[in-house]
Write a protein that binds this ligand. Structure first.
Ligand SMILES: [Zn+2]
Length: 468
């Protein structure tokens, strides 16, 4: 079964009933009316298909990371013993009693292992080994957790012929004995159903209080702050009267809400200035938040490469150097943080130097295209796998705060160079990250239109409710 079929069925469960009742209604009336009716019906079906094509596909595609991973890895089969995966739109498969044998379901208790569970149900150590070494999927059975369930099916000779285990709510591992006596396994995915919700709020004191008042979960408001955090400083810029609106997914399974999904579109009005963002995945699989005209919401560089730090020394042309005991310029910014605090690459780029450099101590230089270079000094150590010429992503940990070289205490010395000239990292105008690839302009408009208009429509409705 293709994913499209599955998606279609899972999404359209209420629709067929409606269509059926319409069909019986048309059957009971005159032919000329019937033709008109059929035209209407066809239009209706066409509309349903159009909606299907436009709307929730992206949400289903992007929401469940398990599903996404599974899609990406689908064509890769394991050597020797293939492990298969499939996606089911139906509810969790419950073990069905089979002739002459009965599924036995065991709740895993603290201290239980697959071996102890097998032993309690009369299965030997040989079976444990046979199951665990089968492939990567079954190997995970060595990591079972208390509270989960394992269902076991044995034949009359007390031989294992089936096993079912749900590592989480979205997946079931199924092991079956085949006729040639070998075991096979498959991982069945039960995708969560995303349902977009709209929430909005106005700030009276803080963003978090406003979110709480509007019943917006903390994870969602954190994500909102991260999306707009490149343009708005949420600790300094927020004012009373600022407004925000957000469309995000709630993820359901069998009608029960499991968790909150990602933000699909959002708006923030800060001191009268409107910012808007929408989530988009291009056909190459690159995802991110973009303004409605396709510009990236993020900048090409992080303002600070160390989280949870304090600026201990700013960019200046002249300052007293405590270690050298003389006046000299400080062409970077120092971030004081405890030893071992992770240091992140402030932008995508290539490691152009990694080693010890005089007063800088353990240092990394990153080249970002032809124009920009960032420098990270006094590291205690480099992150694993960070070597010269290696490509790094924005936010990737490249090393850890220390005090190697000429440093009076643990801190990161950070430099931002434009065409080789030192610039103040705190005030330099940071370039925006790559916009949408021009080739995907049409795709972007089509994919994001629904969530952007949802934001506007719902906002208008909320306003209409407030105003008489
Ligand atoms: Zn410094």
């Amino acid at each position: 079964m293709s994913y499209l079929d599955l998606d279609f069925k899972s999404r359209q469960s209420p629709a067929p009933r409606r269509r059926q009742s319409q069909r019986s209604f048309f059957a009971s009336i005159h032919i000329n009316r019937m033709i008109r009716g059929l035209t209407a019906l066809l239009t209706l079906i066409a509309a349903v298909f159009l909606m299907l094509a436009l709307l929730p596909d992206s949400s289903a595609k992007i929401e469940d990371s398990n599903l996404k991973l599974q899609r990406l890895h689908y064509p890769v089969s394991l050597p020797l013993k293939p492990a298969t995966e499939k996606t089911e739109s139906t509810a969790t498969e419950m073990p069905q009693p089979e002739a002459k044998s009965q599924w036995e379901t065991i709740q895993i208790k603290a201290g239980d292992t697959l071996a102890s569970i097998f032993s309690n149900t009369g299965l030997g150590a040989g079976t444990t080994y046979e199951v665990v070494q089968l492939n990567e999927q079954t190997n995970n059975l060595s990591k079972i957790r208390p509270g989960q369930h394992i269902s076991i099916l044995k034949d009359q000779e007390q031989k294992l012929i089936g096993l079912k285990y749900m590592p989480d709510l979205t997946r079931t591992l199924s092991i079956k004995r085949q006729q040639d006596n070998s075991l096979t396994s498959e991982l069945i995915h039960h995708p969560l159903e995303p349902i977009p919700v709209f929430k909005s709020g106005e700030i009276t004191s803080s963003l978090f209080l406003a979110a709480e008042k509007s019943d917006i979960p903390e994870s969602v408001i954190m994500e909102l702050a991260a999306i707009f955090g490149w343009d708005i400083d949420f600790s300094l810029d927020i004012r009373e009267g600022d407004q925000f609106a957000v469309v995000y997914n709630e993820l359901f399974k069998d009608g029960e809400k499991i968790r909150n999904g990602r933000i699909l579109s959002a708006e923030f009005i800060n001191r009268g200035k409107q910012y808007k963002a929408v989530y988009y995945t291009d056909p190459k699989g690159n995802s991110g938040y973009y303004s409605p005209d396709g510009k990236s919401m993020r900048k090409a560089f992080l303002r600070s490469p160390v989280e949870f730090s304090r600026i201990s020394s700013r960019f200046t042309n002249k300052r007293w150097h405590p270690v050298l005991s003389k006046w000299r310029s400080h062409k970077g910014v120092d971030y004081a943080a405890s030893r071992g605090t992770p240091i992140r690459a402030s932008g995508d780029g290539k490691i152009s130097f990694r080693g010890t450099k005089g007063g800088y101590g353990k240092t990394i230089f990153i080249q970002h295209g032809g124009k920009y270079t960032t420098v990270y000094g006094h590291m205690s150590r480099f992150a694993q796998g960070i070597t010269k010429s290696k490509r790094v992503k924005q936010g990737q940990v490249i090393g850890y705060v220390g005090s190697t070289g000429l440093a009076s205490g643990p801190h990161l010395h950070y430099e931002f160079r434009v065409n080789g000239v030192h610039r103040n990292p705190l005030t330099v105008k940071l370039p925006a990250a790559e916009p949408i690839d021009k080739a995907f302009n049409y795709h972007f408009k089509e994919e994001t239109r629904y969530y952007l208009s949802m934001l506007d429509l719902m906002k208008d409705q909320t306003l209409a409710q407030v105003k008489p």
